[in-house]
Design a protein. Structure first.
Length: 315
């Protein structure tokens, strides 16, 4: 059976694409992912507690609840959803093929919405305190730390951006970076370095997030890798900003990625270099990475897929 469109991924981008495709009567199949590249169905919002910046929810909503709304809305209009990881695709000719183990799903158009995942330090305490003070998104969670002391780990543009954003809300921001030099662009460095609320711990790595026993962040144990000195920096929030990993593993042989590993789409479009294959959400956007922008590009992908199918006489 050849379908009109298969959507791979079920975060805000994939499910918005599903809602639009279903309402356009394309009868989409959404393969929502099981543990794709470490991702979970519903995407990064599934590991977020409170979402206060998604328009339409003035009181806020939890990430999992918001994703349930997305999913229910996609189902309501007839999206077929299966929970599985696509482990291989064949985009050499239409119909395109998506493999889940021995099963193969075929469609004339494919929308890739596999997202990205935050890179973490890999500490057990970091994992246990996620959503209890440990976050990978200042825009999402910074507001909960108003007038408090927070730390940011990383030395790139994201870390500087997060530190500057947090400096507008928090009492103090300490950037912990493993080297003496920042990787961030000069302009971001300068803005962070001269900000009165931001200070830096150089040559330093986080060894432990405290305090797992209390179930909340009270500080971090930091080691200076030059001197070996270990100290505790008190804080109530810890923002990890050491990069993201786009989930592109199964597409790398077929689609172009940029120098950061994100899928390349045509300007002002979600079209990839393969006709009928579209990419939306965090797998192609390393700049905004917001649920609302992912949903926006998911909508674009569905509209572009529908127009492409119609223009090619495939509907
Ligand atoms: P980057 O890869 O640029 O930086 C990651 C930072 O995290 C580096 O400083 C790195 O240290 C540090 N790091 C990595 N792994 C670890 C670890 N295990 N422990 C401790 N520290 C670690 O990622 P970004 O997310 O900052 O940026 C990604 C891209 O997006 C960049 O090209 C950036 O320019 C762009 N961007 C641009 C923005 C803008 O222009 N406004 C905003 C945000 C991102 P080290 O330096 O030692 O390698």
């Amino acid at each position: 059976m050849t379908r009109n469109v298969i959507i791979i991924g079920s975060g805000p981008a994939g499910l918005t694409a599903a809602i639009y495709a279903a309402r356009a009567n394309l009868k989409p199949l959404c393969i929502e992912g099981h543990m794709m590249d470490g991702m979970i169905p519903g995407g990064q919002l599934m590991i977020t507690t409170e979402v206060e910046n998604y328009p339409g929810f003035p009181e806020g909503i939890t990430g999992p609840e918001l994703m349930k709304h997305f999913r229910d809305q996609a189902l309501r209009f007839g999206t077929e959803i299966i929970t599985a990881d696509v482990d291989r695709v064949d985009l050499s000719a239409r119909p395109y093929k998506c493999y889940v183990g021995e099963d193969v799903y075929e469609a004339n158009a494919v929308i890739v919405a596999t997202g990205a995942s935050a890179r973490w330090l890999g500490l057990e305490s970091e994992k246990l305190l996620q959503n209890r003070g440990v976050s990978a998104c200042a825009t999402c969670d910074g507001y909960f730390f108003r007038e408090q002391d927070v730390c940011v780990v990383g030395g790139g543009d994201t870390a500087m951006e997060e530190a500057l954003y947090l400096a507008g809300l928090c009492r103090s921001v300490t950037v912990i970076h493993r080297r003496k030099e920042l990787r961030a662009s000069k302009i971001m460095q300068e803005r962070a370095l001269k900000h009165p609320k931001i200070s830096f711990l150089w040559d330093s790595v986080v060894e432990e997030v405290l305090d797992v026993a209390k179930g909340e962040v009270t500080g971090v144990r930091v080691k200076n890798i030059e001197t070996g000195e270990v100290s505790v920096k008190e804080c109530t929030g810890l923002f990890i900003a050491i990069g993201h990993i786009p989930s592109t593993k199964v597409f790398r042989d077929w689609l172009d990625t940029d120098e950061l590993g994100y899928l390349v789409t045509k300007p002002d479009s979600t079209a990839t270099k393969i006709d009928g294959v579209f990419a939306c959400g965090d797998v192609q956007d390393h700049v905004f990475r917001q649920a609302v922008t992912a949903a926006g590009t998911g909508c674009m992908a569905a509209i572009e897929a529908e127009r492409w199918l119609a223009a090619n006489g495939l509907l």
